[in-house]
Design a protein around this ligand. Sequence first.
Ligand code: PEP
Length: 315
Amino acid sequence: MAMISTYLTPSSQLSGPKSSTAASPPLFSGLRRSSASLSTTQSFFHSVNSHTLRSSSSSNRTSRGIVAMAGSGKFFVGGNWKCNGTKDSIKQLVSDLNSATLEPDVDVVVGPPFVYIDQVKNSLTDRIEIAAQNSWIGKGGAFTGEISAEQLKDIGCKWVILGHSERRHVIGEDDQFIGKKAAYALGQDLGVIACIGELLEEREAGKTFDVYAVPSWDNIVIAYEPVWAIGTGKVASPEQAQEVHVAVRDWLAKNVSPEVASKTRIIYGGSVNAGNSAELAKKEDIDGFLVGGASLKGADFATIINSVTAKKVAA
Ligand code: PEP
């Protein structure tokens, strides 16, 4: 059982949203394995100890020349359609995606609103898998307005996006609740795209992202989505994203296992578009993207998917 948490310490050492790499790496506290033994349907909030990026293996990595792929997982690009679309606009988007030429070595997933999942499932190429944007914490029943992991499986979803910042900061979901959802979804063999990422004021106050427990690291993609970059047009610089991704991977290596660190895809989300994805993809710990706005345009989403070629060239 492990959980994700990182708190950046002094804000003066952080690279802010508009700047590029900090000259000296910021201090982080990390992600650590819980000592408690939890069932697959339990999770809980857990505080963590501080450690510094300087003392982590990331400091060695920066001096290693360009290696574009630190992890061993396949490049992964998800499109989060949020609460957008109509039957007609989604028909058009699916048609654009079906006719796009996509690089073969990328896992591609789209997350339509619940009510359009069936339409998308029945019309979209099998090349692209389907994610839900949320799921309930347990088995279905008398939970008005909720959708269970079993129902998602039944309708052909392979993935669920959990902990998105809009669920945390607009709807008010906390880490404990998200952790329960993640545990339950994983237990039902859904892949989980687990979103983490800090508000601007949290970053400025020295904190990056929140904590929730997960029962296993199989079938999880971690999406680092700084909230200040989501839907704002303020994309994190490749260096800012890399800085956090490497800290997450280092934490996994130290606290879970080197194998999990290597195989877990750590993807970036926050104002990724067809114009900036290639530069981001070149960073060795960026294993793909979670895309909001630009995933609603088939051609742009295809360009983002195909930015895997920039990673291959960089390698
Ligand atoms: C998102 O919603 O996950 C997201 C990253 O949105 P956008 O790409 O629009 O910033």
